[in-house]
Design a protein around this ligand. Sequence first.
Ligand code: GLA
Length: 413
Amino acid sequence: MRMTSITSTAMAAALVASLAVAALTGCGPGKQRNETVKGTAAPETGLAPVPPMGFNTWNKFGCNVDERLIRETADALVETGMLAAGYRYLVIDDCWQVSRDANGRIVADPERFPGGMKALADYVHAKGLAFGLYTDLGPKTCAGRPGSFGFEDLDAATYAEWAIDYIKVDWCNADDLDARVQYAKFRDALRRTGRPIVLSICEWGRNDPWAWARGVGQLWRTTSDIQDTWESVVWIINANSHLYAAAGPGGWNDPDMLEVGNGGMTGDEYRAHFSLWAIMAAPLMAGNDLRKMTEETRAILLNREVIAVDQDPLGVQGRVVIDRGYGGQVWMKPLADGSKAVAFLNMTGRELDLYVRWSQIGIPAGGARVRDLWAHQDLGVHTDTGRHFDERFKAKIPAHGVVMVRIWPGQKP
Ligand code: GLA
């Protein structure tokens, strides 16, 4: 069974590689210029056929970023096995920029980044990683640094010159602007550089990006900022759960970056956070200090079987199939090989029993093989004929926790 998830990870990787090549060869700037805000051209699955994965500085380090942190994090991404598990994008969030020069060019903090961004990008690329930065659509970022308003083309050209692969574009001081028009303008500026650069739209769901952001960016935030608390995680899960129809290869709902390993939640809560992000096909951007992770944090962020659910090439955002109303939910995400990922989520403070019938997760009556993705254990072939009450697949879920399984239908009992 382990083979199955490894195989789907490999399939996803192959798909990413082939689509990335297609994107590089098939998207000349001339063709791109024809696309309008209304999105007449084919959606760009090339830059994000599966949800982007990586690391972002904000959740743990805030404005305390410098080139040493970035180099050490690049090293850690490789040494911990995170790059091998799919975490590719190393993104510096707010506060790397301090001013503009006489020509209007954005200037990286010379004290914190004395070697400059191009040298840092080279270091990151040499490790096999991709490199990302942050800006804002308005005149100032959320932390008061210079934003991109009026400098979209110059900034895009600068990023391309520095060999940036990913840009997160925030929405502070931009409320008077039209998000749809302004993000499309940024996309077009990026396209004119000729360099494929992922556009991470970050307007916190204020302007319903799920209705227009496909074809503009590859991921779009759906909520306000995550906090390192269980209440925040539950709040975001509930908000993001309704938006499943908008997600798919090329464009993803972004319920914000991960807090796993930052210390504010229990192991069960972090496992639930990570599982739900995976079942919602969310981008997986680690937000903790990768240079010092506990064994438990590593085991969560590096759970390949759960990552395979997130990165599955079918690219469907899972959704709630059973909602008990009191805080018990069953989630299902269909996967490319015909199996289903199922998460039993307990948002209450007490242990819960939750059940599922095959008919409730769209699999035919009969035998189905079940594997526990956190225990890394086969749970055998379970048979639901559709007739008997006690044939339901049952799980005991810890308080503020999950049980996550993968179920392959059509198996002989
Ligand atoms: C906003 C974003 C965060 C982070 C900060 C940086 O709050 O939503 O993710 O980028 O700005 O200032």
